[in-house]
Design a protein around this ligand. Sequence first.
Ligand SMILES: Cc1cc2nc3c(=O)[nH]c(=O)nc-3n(C[C@H](O)[C@H](O)[C@H](O)COP(=O)(O)OP(=O)(O)OC[C@H]3O[C@@H](n4cnc5c(N)ncnc54)[C@H](O)[C@@H]3O)c2cc1C
Length: 289
Amino acid sequence: MKDIIIIGAGPAGVSAALYAKARGKDLLLLEKDRVGGLISHVSKVSHYASLADNESGEEFSQKLKDQLAFSNIDVTYEECLSIEKKDDYFLVKTDKNTYEGKKLIYATGSHLKDLAIDYKGFDVKHWPYGNEESLKGKTVIVNGGSDGASKEALYIAKFAKEVHIVQNQDSLMCIDEFKKQIEASDKIKVHTGTSLKDLEIKDNKCVKAILEDCEICDENGIEIYVQIGQNGSTDLIKDLANVKNTFLDEEISSQVDGLYFAGDVRIKDVKQIATAVADGTLAGIRASK
Ligand SMILES: Cc1cc2nc3c(=O)[nH]c(=O)nc-3n(C[C@H](O)[C@H](O)[C@H](O)COP(=O)(O)OP(=O)(O)OC[C@H]3O[C@@H](n4cnc5c(N)ncnc54)[C@H](O)[C@@H]3O)c2cc1C
């Protein structure tokens, strides 16, 4: 029986693990994909205190991995498939094993939404980092106008011929820092109050993107990126928690004895590394008491 099982090794889960380990707890840290979660994919991590200049999500994630390693915390790369509350412990089943834990920290974060259109088999992507070669000299559409979408559009503009930001709201929803850079770029065009409706695919290339009010055409192929927000990863916990619009309407210490929630999976007005790490810190310390 583990003292604490932590599900998710994003910033929230990693932080919870570091604080709980320091308090002598026997931990199981489960991760289905990569340490760092969402932030491990971004082209550049912004605003979190202590970042290096132009630090990529991959570099940030490596620092989390290093910190886990020198704190002697193993990451178990398994996907959690179910959670059951027994009288005084939690039964956790993964794709490979079954575990028991006295306490459980649920830090599964969120996953990116897709557009509600038929991609017709075309490879629509979320993250440009690692796809730079395919962007060189291309026409690119970025769906979404939040901070995340705007930042990725700026990164794409370093390689692409032209970038079209397609935003269904009446104006870009990003912070001034990104807005100013977008306005100053001669490669980025912003389409507001519209959305992508259809794609025309020829020889595995997207040659036409049909928006509500115009068409974007390029016989050499258009690359399409989607950053229109996230859904909470709450499927596994919905019997033990209040879920609203896919996110947890819950405090860090839940009503269920021994169960804690941390990070972006909770409803909160600011979803950043700093707030995820803050949740993880509190969950890790409280679960260790
Ligand atoms: C485009 C974009 C850019 C961003 N840029 C910044 C930025 O510059 N600065 C900043 O501070 N914040 C930024 N953020 C926000 C930041 O990424 C999040 O706030 C942060 O990653 C939340 O951490 P988390 O640990 O709560 O969740 P996540 O990062 O989502 O991590 C959750 C982890 O749980 C794992 N998991 C989920 N389900 C299971 C399961 N069943 N079994 C096992 N593991 C599971 C996932 O694989 C994932 O690794 C950005 C977000 C986006 C979308």
